[in-house]
Design a protein around this ligand. Structure first.
Ligand SMILES: *Cc1c(COP(=O)(O)O)cnc(C)c1O
Length: 415
């Protein structure tokens, strides 16, 4: 392995043309597309047109003329094609956090009708905190004796299921370690135990091939601003298996989820189908920008993305272990490609300072408690040579001790 072989691999890369679709600042190696994807080139023109033409000139008429009103379902259909679902099964709306609330509440209601003795929500101790916080908040709000049970990773799941478990809330790919559940196998184990599952696909959509229909999952939510490059805070998505569409109304029963929003009726009647999962007026500008990222993702073959993601991840792991081997770096991401998503994490006792030094030297990854250096692997705009160069910068910082300076220990609000 050397830099020349990486350059050669980049020349053979069938995804290399996608890099030109993104704005990547000169001198930056971007390994944080799993947290905030870079800007699609087209999004600036789209923003100009939404703000100047659709809003500026079209004014209120643009709800119809510029199809603002149908954005959640139009974009939802595009997301459906990325997650193995069909038209009319997904909406783009609200935040992932809010969508967890809505889907979890829906799943709990369905189970409560079927079997009220099930009073356990099951999740993973190492799940993304917002997922656990929402589960806790919902349990407290419902106030009917539900409890949250936490498992430690995929191997613990089967043993924790049982006749008391109503709903399982899992992140498909763990935000910290990158460990990935087998979505189809886990869904089937959960169903066999009589439970429903809500999948959080925040670190999966756009990163790994997904087949929610094939897995026959129940609910799924996820972000558009990570691997789908929708822009900071762009709206999330929410998918519901059609067999649950008409089961009941989700608790945030706002007017956008009404069967006839502009009939202005005094009482709520849920929309048939997925649209009942909408709540209120959507952030049109942000949603429009999200479409630019989705349109790029739709042109890429998910299997080719996955193949390159595995190759880049393997290369990154091998290079760090070989070239930085004398330093206290510990891989916390599964070595087996089938058991991980599309980011790679290493622990280092001074992980925070090392990451700040990397960022100051043009390698942008991020830091997660405790001691974790996290590197997003995004095949649409990262190449083999980028991986080589990033590891060389890391090696140089560690070998010279240049990372160990007071300014790299200073904490900022967002890590
Ligand atoms: C990023 C992420 C979220 C973020 O939720 P927001 O509502 O967008 O803040 C939720 N869950 C997981 C697993 C994530 O990785």
């Amino acid at each position: 392995m050397n830099r020349e072989s990486c350059v050669a691999a980049d020349r053979r890369d069938p995804l290399s043309a996608f890099r030109a679709e993104f704005v990547l600042p000169e001198g930056i190696l971007y390994f944080d597309g799993n947290s905030l994807g870079p800007r699609p080139v087209r999004s600036l023109e789209r923003a100009r047109s939404v703000v100047a033409d659709e809003w500026g000139s079209g004014l209120i008429r643009s709800w119809n003329d510029a199809d603002w009103f149908t954005l959640p379902s139009r974009l939802g259909d595009k997301v459906s094609r990325l997650i193995g679902a069909a038209d009319g099964e997904t909406v783009v709306t609200d935040t992932t956090t809010l969508n967890i609330f809505k889907t979890l509440a829906a799943a709990i209601r369905i189970q409560d009708v079927r079997d009220p003795s099930r009073r356990v929500l099951l999740s993973e101790r190492d799940n993304f905190p917002t997922d656990l916080y929402i589960a806790e908040g919902l349990i407290e709000f419902i106030d009917r004796g539900y409890e949250l049970r936490l498992v430690d990773g995929p191997d613990d799941l089967a043993g924790a299921l049982g006749p008391d478990v109503a709903v399982v809330l899992l992140s498909h790919v763990n935000y910290r370690t990158g460990a990935m559940f087998d979505l189809a196998a886990s869904t089937s184990v959960i169903h066999e135990a009589g439970s429903l599952v809500v999948w959080d696909l925040a670190h999966s959509a756009g990163a790994v091939p997904l087949d929610l229909t094939g897995a026959d999952a129940d609910f799924a939510v996820g972000c558009t601003y990570k691997y789908l490059n929708g822009g900071p805070g762009s709206p999330a998505f929410l998918w519901v298996n059609p067999r649950h569409h008409d089961d009941f109304r989700q608790p945030l029963s706002g007017w956008w989820g009404h069967a006839r929003p502009f009939a202005m009726e005094p009482s709520f009647e849920p929309h048939v189908g997925i649209q009942r999962f909408l709540c209120g007026t959507q952030p049109v500008v942000s949603m429009s920008l999200a479409e630019c990222g989705l349109d790029i993702a739709l042109r890429a073959d998910p299997l080719v993305i996955r193949h390159k993601s595995i190759e880049l991840s393997n290369l990154f792991i091998a290079l760090v272990e070989e070239r930085c081997g004398s330093h206290p770096l510990t891989l916390i991401t599964p070595r087996d490609p089938a058991a991980r998503g599309s980011h790679v994490s290493f622990r280092h006792p001074e992980g925070y300072a090392v990451m700040q030094a990397l960022i100051a030297h043009g390698v942008i990854g991020d830091y997660r408690e405790p001691e974790v250096l996290r590197f997003g692997i995004t095949p649409l705009y990262l190449g083999y040579t980028d991986v080589w160069d990033a590891v060389e910068i890391l090696r140089d910082l560690l070998d010279t001790g240049a990372w160990d300076r007071p300014e790299f220990y200073a904490r900022t609000a967002v890590t």
